[in-house]
Design a protein around this ligand. Sequence first.
Ligand code: FAD
Length: 524
Amino acid sequence: MADEKTVLIGRCGPTVMLPKQGSKIVPLRRSTPLRVDVAGGGPVGLAFACSIKSLLGEQVSVRVHDRRWMRQGNRVVWKGLAEGNNRREQVVTLQSNVWAALPAAVQERLFTPGKFSEMWPLGPDSPASKGRPRNIKIRWIEDCLLDMAQDVYGIEVVPGAYTPPTSFDGLHVLAIADGARSATREAFKDQFGTPSRELFSVDGSPLDERVLGIRVTAKSPDEHTVPLTVAQNRFLFNSLGGGFINMRLTAEEASEIVALGESGPISCIGKFGCTMRPASNGRFVCDRHRAVFKPSVDKLSYLWPRILDGLRFFGVGVADVVGINSFTLGMQQMSKFTAQLAPSTFGFLLGDAANSLHFWPGRGLNTGLKSALSLAVNLQKRWRGKAFRAADFAQHEGIMQQLQYREKSRAWTTMLMPDSEGTPRGIEDRIREGLQGPYDRAALVQTLFERVIGIKKRMGDRMGPLATDEWYYGRVNALDTRTLKVMVESGAWITREIGGEEVEVPSAETKVAEPVRRGLSLVG
Ligand SMILES: Cc1cc2nc3c(=O)[nH]c(=O)nc-3n(C[C@H](O)[C@H](O)[C@H](O)COP(=O)(O)OP(=O)(O)OC[C@H]3O[C@@H](n4cnc5c(N)ncnc54)[C@H](O)[C@@H]3O)c2cc1C
């Protein structure tokens, strides 16, 4: 190196070795690129990979591993049902502060007409300057990003589970985005600490909620259902010309979520993410396990009529149901999200691996994408072609701690909503209360209808045209009296308590590194 001196091209550009004047001109050697591995290629892992590549271009080499991928010819594609992968069909709502921060090419690809809708109103995380929140299918996000990773960004995509190596061998960054049950986080628990459920417990027991996800084709415009969803906390409809009606359950109702095989109950729905699909005679069955969803065939089921009544509220019939699945939601506190894994390797928890949230306020993916964008921006700002130091990530770790505080306190408030005296009451308590008499039908109809109309008026100037008051009255009045009482008792969304300032991710540096052509000398 004695006859070379080093210049930096651009603030965060690559280090280029410049031959001393007068000496022989030699091809330039570029510094080693930033080496990034990503464990988990779900929406967050892939969005991170595409974002860092779009910010650092050739200065970064990215490799993503996912166990739900397989090779098909010279491409990597998502496994399907035949390979044991139940693709996720749910619709998620992306806030405009989040979708507008994704690389422009990604936005262009994701938001193709017909592939998204705008049903929710403007709000603090979706300001008018950027636009309304957008509903989009997780599956579509995953499909687009996996294609773009290969076709646009030149990212190495590796089918199969990620296994932590015995030596990191020059790797600078390990982004851990393998979901809520992250095995990679577990493998590095000495560095990240063990997540704790203590803060999200009631009377010493972690609070878990069981939810049914009912996938439907819809009959009315997406936006019309918003006041119906916001007026109660039992059912949530997130739609994209059809979508998911989610239903929160009591423990007794959850005990009815059973799949029947030929010789009795078997592990299926709820355990393996199986979807029960419509079959003959009104039954719902899982093709993979050849099992029947018990409530759909059990004449004594308490749950089945309650499900059907919830569907009716949104103008949906049982013939419009295309799938039913079930999941459990709970939260845990992480002590930190950034850790040094080896002398020159740093690990980062992203997405659900970092913060798995209750989705009722619809923030899980938004929070995950914010974490991915924050890390990409931090890496862009700090990469200088040599090993990082812990101090380089103070900004990103700060954003992660802010996200944890903001999003988990929001979700916890939703799980344990305060009653009119300010005393927190879990949703199960409220549902149980609603299932008990006495019932004054006229008063219940009036209360729920007034709530819906109040919400319609409040939201009117922040979204498109809503249905007539008569349409809403028809929806409320069609409900069974018991369902009406459950909805009234479950309370309207506590938008004031969960609203307020949102966590902002710093923007990327706009100054791009000057392009340096491979092998081109700067002198001579
Ligand atoms: C019903 C429902 C509705 C929701 N609605 C919303 C909403 O409206 N708005 C919102 O913001 N969020 C919502 N969410 C949350 C959102 O879906 C999640 O936050 C989001 O999917 C998390 O993305 P992720 O990439 O971090 O994790 P995941 O989507 O879980 O992806 C993790 C990936 O890692 C892979 N993987 C796992 N282990 C390994 C391994 N060892 N090696 C390699 N790969 C591995 C998996 O195959 C998977 O592809 C909702 C969730 C549910 C269940």
